[in-house]
Write a protein that binds this ligand. Structure first.
Ligand code: RIB
Length: 322
């Protein structure tokens, strides 16, 4: 059991079933391609990040005895077998899934992600059908679902208006927020005001920062885009760069480019989610003594472990596997 004073992280976000085809190359327009293998596995950026927080704060053989943080998932699934599988997978990893609503309406479906993984590079392409994830409406988040967390994590696989409302509610309640705006859409400036952590990849940084992705190939470009987010009120900006490492900058004058970890890449799915989970744990454990450089370095290592295994939640390492 976690000590009663162990920090609480709430993840408000998506739960998807991932239907994954592993292929020798990404299909060309009009091409029918035979997959090498196929897998059905629990995913969704929200659920992956909750599982990452849980696995990285527990040891594999003592899931319910060794936790250093409480993790709570808030989201919605359909009343189908995929929804049950996702909820039971959260529970099996020690995540409190009582905030995951089951939509009982006839025909309600759990979110689905069609994923194609290019075997030579491990790079994925994803098509998301949000389904029950999009049943989460802003009016449900006039106040944050209790108990009050030490950190709220959100992504953008639930409706944008719901995320914006939860941001307002968190601000009013004095709850720190980590926003991972994926998939990226332009956000109003108000979304950045007082935002504790913004974690983006290159594509998301370019979309949200209103710059071309090529501009982020240089450190000067990364500095410029990060300064833009800081000027809008973000406290800590992280840009994950895949094979180029991770860039960070904060409003305390800390800045750096952490080199990539060596890894045998088989599937990059959930690497970003693992980074978020690890970084979130670093933040809630450290509180006032938070060291962004150390948090980014350790989270980069955890994410590198994830790319060496197939799948999303299954590929995230436990604390004792780091
Ligand atoms: O970040 C990876 C996740 O993105 C997958 O698990 C898939 O469900 C998509 O939402």
């Amino acid at each position: 059991m976690a000590a009663p004073e162990a920090p609480l992280i709430t993840v408000l976000g998506s739960l998807n079933i991932d239907l994954v085809s592993y292929v020798p190359h990404h299909p060309l327009p009009g091409e029918t391609l035979t997959a090498t293998s196929f897998a059905v596995s629990p995913g969704g950026k929200g659920a992956n990040q909750a599982v990452a927080c849980a696995k990285l704060s527990r040891s594999r053989d003592h899931v319910h005895q060794s936790e250093t943080a409480h993790i709570r998932m808030v989201g919605a699934v359909g009343s189908d077998t995929y929804g049950s599988l996702l909820r039971s997978n959260l529970t099996a990893h020690g995540v409190d899934a009582s905030g995951v609503l089951v939509r009982e309406e006839v025909g309600s479906k759990t979110g689905i992600a069609l994923i194609v993984v290019d075997e030579p590079t491990g790079q994925n392409r994803i098509i998301l059908s949000p389904e029950a994830n999009h049943s989460l409406l802003p009016e449900q988040f006039a106040t944050l679902p209790g108990p009050k967390p030490d950190l709220l994590i959100m992504q953008l696989e639930i409706p944008l208006e719901t995320v914006l409302q939860a941001l307002r509610a968190a601000r009013e309640a004095g709850v720190a927020v980590l926003l991972n705006p994926a998939p990226a859409v332009m956000l109003p400036d108000s979304a950045y005001e007082g935002l504790a952590h913004l974690v983006v990849n290159e594509t998301e940084a370019a979309t949200l920062g209103g710059v071309k992705e090529e501009e982020l190939e240089s450190e000067a470009g990364l500095v410029a885009v990060a300064k833009g987010f800081l000027a809008k009120g973000v406290h800590n900006v992280i840009v994950t760069l895949g094979g180029r490492g991770v860039f960070y900058m904060n409003n305390m004058g800390k800045q750096g480019l952490v080199p990539p970890e060596k890894a045998k890449v088989v599937d990059t799915t959930a690497a970003g989610d693992t980074f978020v989970g690890s970084y979130a744990l670093e933040f809630v454990s450290a509180k006032a003594a938070f060291n962004i450089a150390g948090a980014v370095q350790r989270s980069n290592k955890a994410a590198a472990k994830t790319v060496e295994k197939l799948g999303a939640q299954d590929s995230i390492p436990w604390r004792d596997e780091l």
